[in-house]
Design a protein around this ligand. Structure first.
Ligand SMILES: NC(=O)C1=CN([C@@H]2O[C@H](COP(=O)(O)OP(=O)(O)OC[C@H]3O[C@@H](n4cnc5c(N)ncnc54)[C@H](OP(=O)(O)O)[C@@H]3O)[C@@H](O)[C@H]2O)C=CC1
Ligand SMILES: CC(=O)[C@@H](O)[C@H](O)COP(=O)(O)O
Ligand SMILES: [Mn+2]
Length: 397
């Protein structure tokens, strides 16, 4: 499919996760178009890392945690079984391993790491001049102006399904012709339930996303609608549209992945059955569509699609995200870091579902951002502070 003379080289960050493993599927399907040269993971499943390294013939294998000797032994075992005993990639272990993979000079760095820990790899990929296929929305949101200042026009290609959709819809007109962006939301597993019914929902219920199989953090964020709050800020940063011209529309079937309304009243939507394969493939192959990347809509079967307004009372997370997005500075980083702490606490049984966003709101309310230009150090300091403040509130409840 590629018009490039040779396959694009890819660094795959978060290779063992939901985004990462689906990216491997795309690469497996299109070896003529994509060549994975580096993979990075947290290190929770070294066996999978070893299997991916051998299958993809990666030159660099990076993990945040784990023993290098164990990973080397596993890679050796898999390589021997695969009839390639001489395969010996460079292995990097440690907290900056993903950053090293990000700066390897690949044509495309797909950042599929979860959480704001993805910030340094995002910055490294941009500094290295790679195209950044961005699933890790947190790094853009917390880094905000720092990430934007580093990125050349078109260097960041969104992989988040809504933003991939908007990027495609925006091809229909110029920036000054856009009236508003419409970010669609599934509404999560608790759509339609009033706030008083949400206090005691369980982690298992929160993880039952209606349409997508994703990692724990984003799935929980879909249930609280924090994901949609993050996505509104993400859209604002990616497309330079003011927050007040970005609306959220609940669309339970998630067949429309987002829309752009133009000044003449025309709305362009991007549709497809809910699947991340298409946005991931488009992120790797941008601006070219990858043949047969994902499922297609069957227009011969009767079906209907629904749309509803967002219930801001049951789900105050989007309104809060608009506030932090408009305050800028370290406020989005504080919102995200406090949320990451609260999601863990919810899954550990230390926090009720509705207290996730209530606690995030308290932490945001207590935050005092420093004046002046935002720096990475300020972001990291604010995140530390937010995590600590969230833990104090959790301990005091
Ligand atoms: N899944 C989806 O459909 C979508 C995801 N996204 C976004 O994509 C990102 C990834 O989500 P998802 O794939 O669901 O998450 P997962 O939890 O499934 O995967 C996260 C991946 O990141 C790796 N990782 C964690 N910490 C580090 C680290 N320090 N260095 C390197 N790798 C690390 C994990 O490895 P390990 O398991 O070893 O820790 C794992 O491979 C998130 O930002 C999410 O919001 C956006 C749209 C859709
Ligand atoms: C697939 C994807 O991009 C996720 O961010 C997804 O959008 C989650 O859906 P909701 O947050 O709308 O439930
Ligand atoms: Mn999304």
């Amino acid at each position: 499919m590629s018009t490039d003379a040779r396959p694009r080289t890819i660094a795959l960050l978060g290779s063992t996760g939901s985004i990462g493993t689906q990216a491997v599927q795309i690469v497996r399907q299109h070896p003529e178009a994509f060549d994975v040269v580096a993979i990075a993971a947290g290190g929770r499943d070294l066996g999978l890392v070893a299997r991916q390294a051998v299958e993809l013939d990666a030159e660099l294998v990076a993990v945040a945690a784990g023993a290098e000797a164990d990973l080397r032994r596993m890679i050796d075992d898999v390589a021997r079984s695969a009839g390639r005993p001489s395969y010996a990639p460079r292995i990097v272990v440690g907290s900056d391993a993903a950053t090293q993979a990000a700066q390897c000079g690949a044509d495309v760095v797909l950042n599929g790491i979860t959480g704001s820990i993805g910030l340094r790899p995002t910055l490294a990929a941009l500094r290295a001049g790679s195209t950044l296929a961005l699933a890790n929305k947190e790094s853009l949101i917390v880094g905000g102006p720092i990430v934007k200042a580093l990125a050349a026009p078109g260097q960041i290609v969104p992989v988040d399904s809504e933003h991939s959709a908007i990027a495609q819809c925006l091809k229909a007109g110029d920036h000054d012709e856009v009236r508003r962006l419409l970010v669609t939301a599934s509404g999560g597993p608790f759509r339609g339930r009033p706030r008083e019914e949400l206090h005691d929902v369980t982690p298992q219920q929160a993880l039952a996303h209606p349409n997508f199989s994703m990692g724990r953090v984003i799935t929980t964020n879909s249930a609280t609608l924090v994901n949609k709050g993050l996505e509104v800020i993400e859209a604002h940063l990616l497309f330079d549209i003011p927050l007040e011209r970005i609306d959220v529309v609940v669309h339970p079937q998630q067949m429309i992945h987002s829309m752009v309304e133009f000044v003449d009243g025309s709305t362009i939507a991007q549709c497809g059955p809910p699947s991340m394969l298409v946005p991931i493939a488009l992120g790797l192959g941008w601006p070219r569509h990858v043949p047969d990347a994902g499922p297609r809509i069957d227009w011969t079967t009767a079906s209907s699609w629904d749309f509803e307004p967002l219930d801001d009372e049951a789900f105050p997370s989007v309104g809060l995200a608009r506030q932090v997005g408009s305050a800028g500075a370290t406020y989005p980083a504080v919102y995200n870091a406090a949320n990451e702490e609260c999601v863990d606490a919810f899954h550990d049984g230390r926090l009720r579902f509705t207290a996730i966003v209530d606690t995030v709101a308290k932490v945001v309310g207590d935050h005092q951002a420093q004046a002046g230009e935002l720096t990475v150090e300020q972001v990291l300091q604010a995140e530390d502070w937010a995590r600590g403040r969230a833990q104090e509130l959790l301990a005091a409840q």
